[in-house]
Design a protein around this ligand. Structure first.
Ligand code: NAP
Length: 282
């Protein structure tokens, strides 16, 4: 180990989608990768791509501590942390049970926060580190039915802005990645999350049904043409961690750039009017 800088990469949520694609991309390009997931069985095959695999549930303090300690024992420090684990809780605001609201924040915000706190001392010690936070275009704009998901991604944007300022002097970069629709398990998980708390006789039954259809259409059918594969995000992440002076934000997909641009330029009423063309339930 000695005084060499550790460039070991710790990635959360590698059982599928963006986390898995990023683990493969980075390992195949020579980065020492620790791919993690809640279920070790789901990532064992990543060893065949050159990754080391570890169990890590971002909602479990002991699990977070153990994973960081394992990497630090072997490498001296976590050099690159990729906070990727996350999912979208969808459904009409009024109906989402509070335990699901809490689980959404535990996973997307508090897990990322705790993991970041625990890797920072090692990064500061070696005066080199990269923290990559998976936000979303949904961290810059809000779609109906996604109140809690968007709230978590807005939180990721805000805490990344504060942290970027605080750790820059220690040689640590904070990088936010903002994908548009990416073909992963994300859409299915989001649609499944609507189910809880929505009954046929509820005043939101039509809204929630339309919401499920709109989520499906973002990944399949004609609109699905604007969705990208997870390796598109993996390539952007690799570019960002290789950059000597990375940008603070990396949008991924044309759809993300267009929608974020539209949100920036339209006043609230204008953006709501645009959304009403997409979410007409009567
Ligand atoms: N796909 C998109 O359209 C899109 C767009 C913008 C941003 N994103 C963001 O990209 C990130 C990755 O999502 P994805 O699209 O790759 O979706 P995905 O295929 O569903 O992958 C999500 C990953 O997060 C993991 N995860 C969930 N809860 C966890 C926990 N408590 N501890 C550890 N891992 C946990 C899942 O593991 P399990 O297998 O154990 O559930 C899975 O590995 C998320 O932060 C998401 O918000 C996705």
């Amino acid at each position: 180990m000695g005084d060499a800088i550790s460039r070991a990469v710790l990635i959360t949520g590698c059982s599928s989608g963006i986390g898995r694609a990023t683990a493969v991309q980075l390992a195949e390009h020579g980065w020492p990768v620790y791919a993690t997931a809640r279920r070790l069985d789901a990532i064992r095959d990543l060893a065949g791509h050159g990754c080391k695999v570890l169990a890590l549930d971002v909602c479990d303090e002991n699990s977070i501590r153990d994973a960081v300690a394992t990497v630090e024992r072997a490498e001296g420090a976590v050099g690159v942390l990729i906070n990727n684990a996350g999912y979208g809780q969808e459904g009409a605001f009024e109906l989402v049970p509070m335990e699901e609201v809490r689980r959404q924040f535990e996973t997307n915000v508090f897990g990322l926060t705790r993991l970041t706190q625990l890797v920072l001392p090692g990064m500061r010690r070696q005066r080199w580190g990269k923290i990559v936070n998976l936000s979303s275009m949904g961290g810059r704009l809000t779609l109906p039915g996604g109140a809690f998901y968007h709230a978590t991604k807005y939180a990721v944007e805000a805490l990344s802005d504060a942290l970027r300022f605080e750790v820059r002097g220690f040689g640590v970069d904070v990088i936010v990645v903002e994908p548009g629709p990416i073909r992963t398990r994300f859409g299915d998980t989001a649609i499944a999350s609507i189910g809880s708390g929505s009954r046929d006789d509820s005043p939101y039954a039509a809204f929630n049904a339309l919401l499920a259809r709109r989520i499906r259409e973002a990944y399949e059918g004609p609109m699905g043409r604007f969705a990208a594969e997870p390796d598109a995000v993996a390539r952007v992440i690799e570019k960002a961690i290789n950059a000597p002076r990375p940008r603070s934000r990396y949008p991924v997909t044309v759809a993300a750039r267009i929608l974020m641009g539209l949100r920036r330029w339209l006043p609230d009423r204008g953006f709501d009017a645009f959304l009403r063309t997409q979410f007409r339930t009567s």
